[in-house]
Every structure is written in structure tokens, then in C-alpha cells.
Design a protein around this ligand. Structure first.
Ligand code: KIV
Length: 271
């Protein structure tokens, strides 16, 4: 395992480098990870940032929304990811409702994330409504990625996971997040043309998911990217592998071998 780590020679990506990426037109690649082996692999593959998303509630824990995951559970998973990563910037989601309990509590929760994991920044859902929290976190030395557009933690207010089209609100959120000190923002489920206009109107990088190709970077949930999503796959996903078949085929072959007495064979047996 340590051998993997030693293969990574590229230096650690920093928060200030994100600004440079936008200016240089370098498209920022972000993917989620929730555990040590996956984080090792995606880091070695050369992503710019890894998000320990609260999507772990759905992707790993099997819940039907992101709401149930706790701060302790986020820290548990972020610690595994932080231990693996040598190159990418690691951003951890603030789980519901940790950023809605006022700036003091938000700093306490985000402070735990940075102290107890080796991760570098937090992400919170919100824009203008979270400006005071973003300011407090940045003042405390905690880099913040905002998350505007579709906010999965507000699924019950929104009445479902719907494309967000309120241009005035989205522009105001993006500008407020930048003004409050966010170093980047996720734009989720926004029409492509609007997301491109938002990206052009802010100085910080925008990372899109379901927001077209005009954002400064893209993020995908690793389960979706690898084709191991259980259940509904959103339209904006592209699977780059079919690991669901690979895994079920491999495990099926193992079962066949065990049942046929072919595993373990002589190579796997001590004399
Ligand atoms: O939790 C998550 O994985 C996210 C991404 C989908 C942006 O917030």
C-alpha cells in the first residue's frame, strides 16, 4: 500500500492554485472518494481534488438522501481519504445541518474536520444565505467551497432533485459566496448556458455537476463514474467503466470455483 503512495511525485495541490487553474483555463477534475483504497487510486489517476461528499449517505450507507450522514461519520471517512492522498486537494462536505447552526457551531464542526482528518477544506451547501458562515470559516483559516444550484440537503423544501433555473437567485448566491471568501463553488443541476454565465461572472472556479461544459471544472460521484451506482442514475452522469458487471462476474467465478473444488488450488496452498 505504501508503494502506491511513493509513486505519487506531483506536489500537493493547494487552495491558491485553484485560482490559477481558472486563470490558466486548466479544467479542474474532481471526483468523490469515501475510503482509503479508492482515494489512493483516484489520487494516482491525477485528479485535482477529491471530495468526501455527503453523497456517501447514498453511495456507501444506502440511504435515499444525503440527510442522515452525521459529522462523526463524515470525519471517519474523511480520515481514511486524508491518509491516502498525496497530490489532490481534499474537500469534505459539512453534513446537514452542521452549517445551519450559526457561524460559531459551523467553525466548531469544520474545525473538527480539519483537525481530525488530513483534509484541506470544507464544502457547504449555500450561497447568499451562508455568507456569514463562509466568512467566519475563512476567518478561522478554513477554506470553503460553496455549493449553489440544486442543494440535495434541501430536497424536502425543493420537492425533489430538480434543475434550478432562478437566474437572479443563482447569480446572487454565486457572487455572495465569492465575496464572503469561498475559494471555489460547485454548481449543481443548472442549465448549461446559465452555468457558463455564472462562471464568467465570478473570479473563483466553478465546478459543475449537471451544469454543462461551460464551468471551470467537473465533479462526479465515484460510484457513478465507475458504473457501480445502485438505483437511479441521473442524466448528467457518464459511466467510464462497468464495474458492476466486473465485480459480480468475478465474485460469481469465485463462488463457482469454491463449489467445484477448484479454489484454493496448489498455488494458493501451503505445503
Ligand atoms: O456530496 C457530493 O458528492 C456532492 C457532489 C455531488 C458535488 O456534493
Amino acid at each position: 500500500m505504501t508503494g502506491h503512495n511513493q509513486q505519487i511525485t506531483a506536489p500537493q495541490i493547494t487552495v491558491p492554485q485553484f485560482h490559477g487553474f481558472k486563470q490558466a483555463g486548466h479544467k479542474i477534475c474532481v471526483v468523490t472518494a469515501y475510503d482509503y483504497p479508492t482515494a489512493l487510486l483516484v489520487d494516482a489517476a491525477g485528479v485535482d481534488a477529491i471530495l468526501v461528499g455527503d453523497s456517501l449517505a447514498m453511495a456507501v450507507q444506502g440511504h435515499s438522501s444525503t440527510l442522515p450522514v452525521s459529522l462523526d461519520e463524515m470525519i471517519y471517512h474523511a480520515e481514511m481519504v486524508g491518509r491516502a492522498v498525496r497530490h489532490a486537494l481534499v474537500v469534505v462536505d459539512m453534513p446537514f445541518p452542521s452549517n445551519h447552526l450559526g457561524p460559531y457551531k459551523a467553525v466548531e464542526s469544520a474545525g473538527r474536520i480539519l483537525k481530525e482528518t488530513r483534509c484541506h477544506a470544507v464544502k457547504l451547501e449555500g450561497g447568499a444565505d451562508q455568507a456569514d458562515v463562509i466568512k467566519a470559516l475563512v476567518t478561522a483559516g478554513i477554506p470553503v467551497m460553496a455549493h449553489c444550484g440544486l442543494r440535495p440537503q434541501s430536497v424536502h423544501v425543493l420537492g425533489g432533485y430538480k434543475v434550478q433555473r432562478n437566474e437572479a437567485q443563482l447569480m446572487a448566491d454565486a457572487r455572495a459566496a465569492e465575496e464572503a471568501g469561498a475559494f471555489a463553488m460547485v454548481l449543481e443541476c443548472i442549465p448549461a448556458e446559465l452555468a457558463a454565465r455564472i462562471s464568467a461572472s465570478v473570479g473563483i472556479p466553478t465546478i459543475g455537476i449537471g451544469a454543462g461544459a461551460g464551468t471551470d471544472g467537473q465533479v462526479l460521484v465515484i460510484n457513478d463514474l465507475l458504473g457501480i451506482t445502485s438505483g437511479y442514475v441521473p442524466r448528467f452522469v457518464k459511466a467510464y467503466a462497468d464495474l458492476k458487471s466486473t465485480i459480480t462476474t468475478a465474485v460469481g467465478q469465485y463462488c463457482d470455483d469454491v463449489r467445484a473444488g477448484k479454489f484454493p488450488g496448489p498455488e494458493q496452498t501451503f505445503k
